[in-house]
Design a binder for this molecule. Sequence first.
Ligand code: F6P
Length: 504
Amino acid sequence: LEGEPGEPLSAPLIVVSNRLPFVLTRNANGKLQRSHSAGGLVTALGPVVIDCGGLWIGWPGSHDVRPFDEIPEPDIPNSGLKSQQVKPVLVRQELFDSFYNGCCNGTFWPLFHSMPDRAVFSSETWKAYQEVNEEFALKTIDALRQVRARLLKEYNNPSDDSMPVPVVWIHDYQLMLAAAMIRQVAIEENLACKLGFFLHIPFPSWDIMRLFPWDDQILEGILACDLVGFHIEDYCTNFIECCQRRMGCRVDHANGNIEYDNRTVHVRALPIGIPFNQFQLLAIKAPRVMKDERVVLGVDRLDYTKGLVQRIKAFERLLECHPEHLGHVVLMQIAVPSRTDVKEYKALKEEIDQLVGRINGRFSTADWSPIRYIYGCISQDKLAAFYRDSAVALVTPLRDGMNLVAKEFVACQINENGVLILSPFAGAGGTMREALLVNPYEIDMVAETIHKALVMDVDERRHRMQLLRKRESSMDVDYWMDSFLREMDQVECAITGPPSLIPV
Ligand code: F6P
């Protein structure tokens, strides 16, 4: 973690997320290697962490990594985090399963998506969640000590006002307790820092949140941060209301402030974007992969929140009500396998397999089938070509924090002639107003909206798409990250210890 000697360091950033920005796997010789991860978070935050000599803490995506293993350097020098910038969190597989499959995806995922009937409440998996959050917190404290030692070396004088304050940025519902533990130790050890949290999924209303038996501990965990970010205002309002009603906090809804533990917690709506230019470039370069047919495209992780069953039924209804599309239009549904160890996800896969089979059996002819269903991952190039060449993107989740597919489709629409159909129950539904918005539960209405999109005239399609592209290209993932870090800059550092107590 050497900065350029003599150069003032910008505030070092410590990112804490459930997954590291790459997966570690073993090659045939038993050596660890990095596999690329293409997420927007990695694209945006990776370079910032690299430049400020920061650190990234997370699970390496495999239980095959041991504490004594050396993390490999990136394949191309200077193309990723240096090995010393990565702190992998390693926990027993059984404990991790109980945390990830049990509490994160069996409890918080359905609960926070306002599907409480699917949520399982278990003191056993909750304990695993607490333990794993503690592991993440301990690694973060190590990182803070390391950064602190480096700053003291650089600045000589520990009371130098210009010494930057490290920023810890925790991500998502897997890590809602970590901040409380980090704050406590940081205070004890006088490790100056600012703590931030961003939730990538919805925050539920008080009525739903209160069903979780240990809701106060979750709220306490998030309130340990100085800045808390959500995608949209509705989620901020829900969180603030929960803090008011459950924790008795004084709140200022208008300014998004919560008084807690003699501090102000700043709550902000900061909608995430995508690496727009990167997707656009892929779309410019990607060769054509589809036949000459009109494609209605769906791209989702196979997840019950995405409304896949309702969507496929709506497409069936379209074919019933508008037979002129028979033989000409295809629903291409890409379902990316996800959380395959969780019972609910296995059951959903079965249901979709059967539904697609039934509809294809009903309508297929010798040279045309209505649904092309891909269960698997596809390359970024192909995805960009699908986005570019589809007539319609059908993004109809029942509930979704933001939904990046809607934004990726728009970024790849370089010819500006596709139509986006979007659910108002996705965070993106609040800002992407030029899309055709439709309630995914209203199957007849979804069918009619697909028809409307398919027959929309070219001028209207272009006009809507131009406006969508303009917004997404300016409010991209870098804009989101800058907004969060700028807000962080405004926040006062609540953890500052007297210099004499700082261990050198
Ligand atoms: O957007 C929510 C989220 O859980 C992210 O944290 C994660 O990157 C993504 O969905 C995929 O989920 P998982 O890490 O469980 O595969």
